[in-house]
Design a protein around this ligand. Structure first.
Ligand SMILES: [Zn+2]
Length: 507
């Protein structure tokens, strides 16, 4: 309420006091301006002071503008009704309808409080029905905007770029960990931190600044904004899990959200139409559907997630990748070198430096994307949808079992049948996306920057994709590196993924 309304209400109440011959103390005005009487969790300081004053026996009558200014919570109202009956508290409203001294007045007050309560419940039911309808129409959900999207669903380019890069990096086999992605967004540097991520302020901070801009337009004072801090892993995880980035319309019934398995919760957020097909949002997807699904699988697969910490990842570029030129067996890491027992031992820094130079040279060539077979994307999307459909059937069967509509035997049979179908689709998908994690690197805006920023595992994949590297013994006594002792040969590929003859072969 604005100040004028408060003044009007005060005058009306004072008039009643005057009519009844009641004396009003200076400090007996209880004004909670613009505070809801509905929300239990909202503090109403003046109301609390009034309760305390009543307990201290400092007044014996309450005049309020309207009952819903006093309280909209039936339980609080009952306390006042009890007080009216037990201690003779008089309560009148300025409109004269609720006088707790009379039976009729009490009944009126109770009905009014119950109606107010019901209105609140209906409002929240209406809101979730509206949310659900919005989602069914594929409209952007209301509420806090995710990184990359404006509230109306428009793509915010610089944020979308970061989102795309987060997905791209995480979709790569043995790519950076979630913590490394968070560190990259925070502008940190280090061996395992990808360099290709933009440094962004924390999303919560951006949201607070935007809220302050809106407040300024409304003529309100800005709220304090905390200093920028590092991105948290849970925020990055939330981004990787969000189906909206792949264009899926999402809806979560808050009541069903609690105590559910995380994985299920995320998949169940994808809204489906009556035939079980995912509803697509009207906004632009920031990542490809299959990239999103690859990321979900990586997140679900705990062993792969653990692998990302690097414990089992190869530390060196060429271990088990470079071949011994004499016996064609992979070389092993050995102190500061690569070794094939009895045949050779080479300096790691010299060989790696040479191989990396050739790899960078290859990546700087324009025919890069042609070198990687393009997956059949419409078919991939179709496979993803069909996998989701089969997963939906398993889920439905699980629900039916929980609801005792089907027997355990049926559930088992349905599960086996659907899982077999899913497995077939997975095989087809893997065949199609064979080079996809490679493609996400090679498709980067600047592949050289992406390559330099990539960790060892990714560099190994790139080198392995393009080249066969063979090492030969280095002539004894010669200190300078002899390039002819490292053979870097382009791999020959089938017609689907030809790479042309390389001109910059190692001598
Ligand atoms: Zn050998």
């Amino acid at each position: 309420m604005d100040g004028l309304a408060i003044d009007r209400q005060r005058e009306a109440c004072e008039k009643i006091a005057g009519n009844r011959g009641w004396k009003v103390d200076e400090d007996s005005y209880y004004v909670d301006q613009s505070k809801s009487a509905t929300d239990k969790t909202k503090k109403r300081p003046a109301y609390d002071r009034m309760v305390a004053d009543f307990k201290a026996d400092r007044f014996d009558a309450i005049i309020c503008w309207d009952l819903d200014r006093l309280t909209r919570q039936p339980r609080q109202l009952e306390d006042w009704i009890d007080a009216a009956e037990d201690r003779g508290l008089q309560l009148v409203t300025a409109n004269g309808e609720a006088d707790l001294a009379t039976d009729g007045g009490r009944m009126y007050a109770r009905i009014k409080a119950a109606v107010a309560r019901g209105e609140v419940d209906r409002k929240s039911a209406r809101q979730s029905a509206a949310q659900n309808q919005r989602a069914r129409q594929g409209r952007a959900p209301k509420g806090v905007r995710p990184l990359g999207y404006a509230t109306n669903g428009d793509v915010i380019p610089n944020e979308a770029k970061a989102v795309r890069e987060i997905f791209r990096l995480f979709a790569i086999q043995n790519g950076p960990s979630i913590a490394a992605l968070a560190a990259g967004l925070s502008g940190k540097t280090g061996d395992h931190i990808p360099k290709s991520l933009p440094h962004l302020p924390k999303h919560t901070r951006t949201l607070m600044m935007e809220r302050n801009e809106r407040r300024q337009i409304e003529g309100l004072d800005p709220r304090p904004v905390p200093d920028d801090g590092p991105w948290g892993s849970s925020t990055v995880l939330g981004i990787l899990r969000n189906p909206r980035y792949a264009g899926y319309s999402v809806y979560t019934d808050k009541k069903n959200r609690i105590n559910k398995n995380k994985r299920r919760t995320w998949f169940s957020q994808v809204l489906r139409d009556d035939s079980g097909q995912p509803v697509m949002g009207q906004w632009d997807a920031i990542v490809e559907g299959y990239t999103w699904h690859v990321v979900q699988e990586r997140l679900d697969d705990q062993s792969r997630v653990t692998n990302r910490t690097g414990s089992t990842a190869r530390k060196h570029l060429g271990s088990s990748l470079y071949l011994c030129g004499i016996c064609d067996e992979p070389v092993r890491a050995h102190t500061r070198g690569y070794r094939c027992a009895g045949h050779l031992i080479r300096s790691r820094s010299q060989v790696d430096g040479f191989v990396l130079r050739i790899a960078r040279e290859r990546l700087s060539r324009l025919d890069l994307l042609d070198a990687v077979p393009l997956a059949d994307e419409p078919r991939l999307r179709d496979i993803q949808l069909r996998i989701l459909e089969h997963q939906g059937r398993i889920k439905r069967a699980q629900h039916d079992y929980d609801a005792e509509i089907i027997e355990g035997m049926d559930l088992k049979r349905i599960r086996a049948r659907e899982n077999a179908a899913i497995a077939d689709l997975e095989v087809e998908r893997l065949r199609l996306v064979g080079g996809s994690d490679l493609k996400v690197i090679l498709g980067a805006e600047d592949p050289l920057v992406a390559f330099d920023g990539a960790d060892v595992a990714i560099k190994r994949r790139i080198i392995d994709y393009f080249f066969t590297v063979s090492l030969f013994p280095h002539p004894r006594g010669r200190k300078a590196f002899d390039p002819s002792t490292v053979k870097v040969e382009p791999k020959r590929r089938s017609s689907t993924g030809t790479i042309g003859p390389l001109t910059q072969r190692a001598p």
